[in-house]
Design a protein around this ligand. Structure first.
Ligand code: F6P
Length: 508
């Protein structure tokens, strides 16, 4: 068993803490939050990359917390990887390395070669291997065994994403009876699609050991509930609940948010900095169309190039008048479908530029290394059109960031796939079906020619949908619902329901 460092031991019995429960913002009176995710954004890795890490840090700093997961290190020969710990700003960080085989089979093979395409309903990309599935389950068991020794009796546990579907049941099997919440950052597919992968019922049963399961959209939640009913003998309970093995599991929709005002300020500041200035100068009067994605089959990058090709075929007037800058940051490059996509993108972008380019103009600038968040924000503010056209996406925070980055006096236009979770909130964008090449080309024309009054009107509606929501409020809502779910599920948290009410009131 893992030996606990002193700072991480939680000696106080649950009751002792609760009898002292008073104001909601007093760390000593709040249940500590244990976040478990595949990747852990360690404090020594520099500034936080996204709002989510900041939000979870913020929650944990307030109530005390621990973040546990993979260190990001692959130990080529290690067969046992001890837990390493660090402490920063009231938060403990505990991580474990993956062995080369675990990384290859749990992360690349099953998480990203099977679950990622499956849950995005892209079954043609699934590369199922029975040993990968077994090692995925084994890694979850190991992570549960590693972390259970660090969990105190009064902690709240919040597990994140598709890498860890069986972790709630693995934690229960390891003797953890604390409230467990799970949030899925990516979409959930229909029962017919889920059936494509063997033994998914077992993984869903593992997930159903949670007290609360959160999704990005109503559609994802409905798909999950249908799968649980069909494959796991779950019954629908009152409200958004499922009844499984005599227990009640609460489901909920919690769309992930960004810090819109902060992002807007970052965009305004970075639009004046060198990278954005150089980008603008290089455009020599052409209108900037921008795509910022990871190089991922779900992002619809080939369909985007096809849309641009159709635009230039049908409306050659746009030659020399616009440029698409597409950042497609290399990601998960050991997974076959990602390597194949890279090759296809290189081919298609080369063909497009060869077919339509001029000696002094190319329609597409494709780059495969990422740009940092601040630079990206500056680029977004310089763009007249933002292309966020995934084939399927849990939420897509780039869509929200593009809106936040715009100059309110002269905003750009967002073209958004209706298959991104963000489309539920950002319905004043130009919503497209990325498979419809003509519709993609038409949306680009509409965006490039849109008058200022309409751009402003649409932008105001879009910004209104995000400006008063924050990742911190998102996290607080989830934790509040977890407390509520644990209470209703017959858990032992009735004495901290005050905190639940306070959090709901403050979550805004
Ligand atoms: O939810 C999808 C997600 O896991 C994000 O959390 C993350 O930013 C992205 O995919 C990149 O994933 P990876 O950890 O595989 O690089």
């Amino acid at each position: 068993m893992t030996r606990l460092p002193k700072s991480m031991r939680r000696e106080a019995p649950f009751g002792a803490e609760v009898t002292e429960l008073h104001p909601a913002h007093n760390r000593a009176t709040m249940n500590r939050l244990v976040v478990i995710s595949n990747r852990v954004p360690l404090p020594d890795q520099g500034p936080r990359a996204g709002g989510l890490a900041v939000a979870l840090d913020g929650l944990m700093e307030k109530r005390g917390g621990m973040w546990f997961g993979w260190s990001g290190i692959v130990s080529p020969n290690a067969t046992s990887t001890p837990v390493k710990v660090a402490h920063h700003d009231g938060v403990d960080y505990a991580t474990t390395d993956l062995t080369a085989e675990e990384h290859d089979r749990y992360y690349n093979g099953f998480s990203n070669g099977v679950l990622w395409p499956l849950l995005h309903s892209m079954t043609d990309l699934i590369q199922y291997d029975r040993t990968d599935a077994q090692i995925y389950r084994d890694v979850n068991l190991r992570l549960a065994a590693d972390v259970q020794a660090l969990i105190g009796p009064d902690d709240l546990i919040w597990v994140h994403d598709y890498h860890l579907l069986p972790l709630p049941a693995a934690l229960r099997a390891a003797g953890v009876s604390n409230p467990i919440g799970f949030f899925l950052h990516i979409p959930f597919c229909t029962p017919e699609t889920l059936d494509a992968v063997p033994d998914m019922a077992e993984l869903l049963r593992g997930l159903l050991a949670s007290d609360l399961i959160g999704f990005q959209t109503e559609g994802d939640m409905a798909n999950f509930a249908n799968c649980a009913v069909q494959f796991c003998d779950a019954a629908r309970g009152p409200g958004n609940t499922l009844l499984v093995d005599g227990r009640r599991v609460l489901l909920g929709v919690f769309p992930v948010e960004i810090e819109a005002r902060e992002f807007a300020a970052m965009a305004a500041a970075n639009a004046r900095k060198l990278p954005a200035v150089r980008l603008r100068q290089s455009l020599t009067g052409q209108t900037l169309v921008l795509g910022l994605d990871r190089l991922d089959p779900t992002k619809g990058l080939l369909q985007r190039i096809a849309g641009l090709r159709r635009l230039l075929e049908t409306e050659p007037v746009w030659k020399r008048r616009m440029t698409l800058l597409q950042v497609a940051a290399i990601s998960r490059k050991e997974v076959g479908s990602y390597r194949a996509l890279r090759a296809a993108l290189d081919r298609e972008s080369g063909n497009l530029n060869a077919d339509f380019g001029e000696p002094d103009w190319l329609p597409l600038r494709m780059i495969s290394h990422g740009v940092d968040r601040a630079t990206a924000a500056g680029f977004m503010r310089c763009a007249r059109v933002g292309l966020v056209t995934p084939l399927r996406d849990g939420m897509n925070l780039v869509a929200k960031e593009f809106v936040a980055a715009q100059n309110p006096a002269d905003p750009g236009v967002l073209i958004l796939s209706r298959f991104a979770g963000a489309a539920q909130q950002l319905d004043a964008a130009l919503l497209v079906n990325p498979h419809d090449t003509d519709a993609m080309a038409e949306a680009m024309t509409q965006a490039l020619t849109m008058k200022l009054a309409e751009r402003r009107e649409r932008w105001q509606s879009l910004y209104g949908a995000i400006e008063n929501r924050t990742p911190l409020a998102w996290g607080r809502m989830f934790v509040a619902a977890l407390l509520r779910g644990a209470v209703r599920g017959g858990g032992r948290l009735e004495l901290v329901e005050n905190e639940d009410h306070q959090a709901m009131a403050n979550a805004g």
